[in-house]
Design a binder for this molecule. Structure first.
Ligand code: MD3
Ligand code: FE
Length: 216
């Protein structure tokens, strides 16, 4: 974690270590944004955006869909990965090649080569939507990294520690940024601060986040 993270200096490095095994690759996805949006659109045609219910019975503020052999779902029974969308009974869109290729290149650039994701959770945030502090531990293989891609409206990522009460750092994430989270950083608490009002040239009133995972 360096002070550079909080600077608007244009000379800040394109690659930043958020932790020993967490690397922010600024703008890494910019060249493939059209392919990513094509995949997102197809994923949402196969499995429409929905606000999942938490095990505690609350409706999530974030809207979600999935692509890949497995998709993350939440309902009164808990969190898990499913091969079919519970809303339709049909499989999720197969993982678009552009998603898998980007994730593989990003993991390799972060020194965590050989990443073969089988799931992509797609989260959509309207202004005002937040994601409260949590850990991602529903995946079978916690040794595999998670690669996240931020698109559309900017957000402040909340980067915590290994216990819920640890200090939380605020990391600005912009359109096209990619983060690789693995190793000792894989189980850190994290979240997203309420997305600020705004309009993005490509997405309009949305932030969209892809998280590529090895879930099975
Ligand atoms: C750090 N999504 O879907 S991506 C999630 O922007 C999630 O939609 C956020 O947290 C979003 O679970 C943050 C960044 C992220 C994803 C997974 C992680 C950070 C992570 C797993 C471990 C540590
Ligand atoms: Fe998460």
């Amino acid at each position: 974690m360096t002070a550079d993270l909080f600077s608007n200096d244009p000379h800040i490095p394109a690659t930043l270590e958020l932790g020993r095994d967490a690397v922010l690759l600024r703008g890494f996805a910019l060249a493939v944004v059209p392919q990513l949006f094509q995949g997102i659109e197809q994923a949402a045609l196969a499995a429409p955006w929905r606000h999942m219910e938490t095990p505690g019975g609350r409706r999530m503020g974030v809207a979600t869909t999935n692509a890949g052999a497995l998709g993350w779902v939440s309902d009164r029974r808990g969190y898990r990965y499913e091969a079919c969308d519970p809303a339709t009974g049909r499989p999720w869109l197969p993982l678009p090649e552009a998603f898998a290729a980007l994730a593989g290149r990003a993991a390799a650039a972060a020194g965590q080569g050989g990443f073969a994701p089988d799931a992509c959770l797609i989260n959509r945030y309207a202004p005002g939507t937040r994601l409260s502090l949590h850990q991602d531990r529903d995946e079978q293989d916690l040794a595999a990294p998670i690669v996240s891609v931020s698109l559309g409206l900017p957000a402040t990522f909340l980067w915590g520690g290994h216990a819920r009460g640890n200090a939380v750092h605020r990391v600005p994430l912009a359109h096209g940024d990619v983060v690789v989270w693995g190793g000792e950083d894989r189980l850190r608490f994290h979240g997203v601060a309420p997305v600020a009002q705004g309009t993005h040239a490509l997405t309009g009133p949305w932030r969209v986040n892809l998280t590529l995972r090895k879930a099975g």
